[in-house]
Design a protein around this ligand. Structure first.
Ligand code: PGA
Length: 249
């Protein structure tokens, strides 16, 4: 089964409006045939970036959402409102949200369902800490996150979504999993998806994330179960991000 690679930039808490619009334009200029490209700006820039990306194939996404559609939830943003501003995907359960904002697998599961209900694509992030890897618990941790995050989903829903395997120790550290380490976990995640969703597992895309950069992207993306990348630091520079897109062609 050939899956279309998906290269997605997670801009985190960076970029003013004008910087975000300029970066979005530069990314759109570098988008390539045969690769899905997405950017997830800070929430204040979503509307402006949607305008900048209009008429281009680059997908707009959000870095987080709440699981309720509307109501007395001060400070939150819902999937229907993200769809309204032009988002096509939402990153859910990023390790920074798990670590700094106390997100749990149960909370991730509610968000995943809300994102799907709004007709958007969830990118569900999973990954182990360095202590968990050293203790030999990588797949125990990742399996629990995948099972918890996808609980109650129909096989077709699992087939349609994106998972991002991001070892916590590789995020923003300059350390990257070796291609073998990454492929091994991706293959194990695929096997788990087969248990959960049968043949639909072949359709689900699994991105790798954690210090992806132009120099390591091609080798990672060459692995059979690595279907794209979720890119943080290197997504903030158009030249680097476009080089990563090119590595996926
Ligand atoms: P990084 O971040 O590329 O800066 O390591 C990846 C991520 O957090 O998604």
């Amino acid at each position: 089964m050939s899956r279309v690679p998906f290269i997605c930039g997670n801009w985190k808490l960076n970029k003013t409006l004008s910087e975000a619009v300029a970066l979005a334009r530069a990314v759109a200029a570098g988008a390539a045939e045969g690769v899905d490209v997405g950017v997830a700006p800070v929430a204040t820039a979503l509307h402006s970036v949607a305008g900048a990306l209009g008429g281009t194939p680059v997908l707009l996404g959000a870095q987080n959402c709440y699981h309720q559609d509307a109501g007395a939830f001060t400070g939150e943003i819902s999937p229907p409102l993200l769809a309204d501003v032009g988002c096509k995907f939402v990153i859910v359960g990023h390790s920074e949200r798990r670590q700094l904002f106390g997100e749990t697998d149960e909370g991730v599961n509610l968000k995943v369902k809300a994102v799907l209900d709004a007709g958007l694509l969830p990118i569900v992030c999973v990954g182990e800490t360095i202590d968990q890897r050293k203790a030999g618990d990588t797949m125990k941790v990742v399996s629990a996150q995948v099972k918890g995050g996808l609980k109650g989903l129909a096989p077709e829903q699992i087939g349609s979504l994106v998972l991002a395997y991001e070892p916590v120790w590789a995020i923003g550290t300059g350390l990257t999993a070796t291609t073998d380490q990454a492929q091994q976990v991706h293959a194990d995640i695929r096997a788990l998806l087969r248990e959960l969703a049968g043949d639909e597992a072949e359709r689900a895309r699994i991105q790798y994330g954690g210090s992806v950069k132009p120099s390591n992207a091609a080798a990672l993306l060459d692995q059979p179960d690595i279907d794209g990348a979720l890119v943080g630091g290197a997504a903030l520079k158009a030249e680097d991000f476009v080089a990563i897109i090119e590595a996926a062609v």
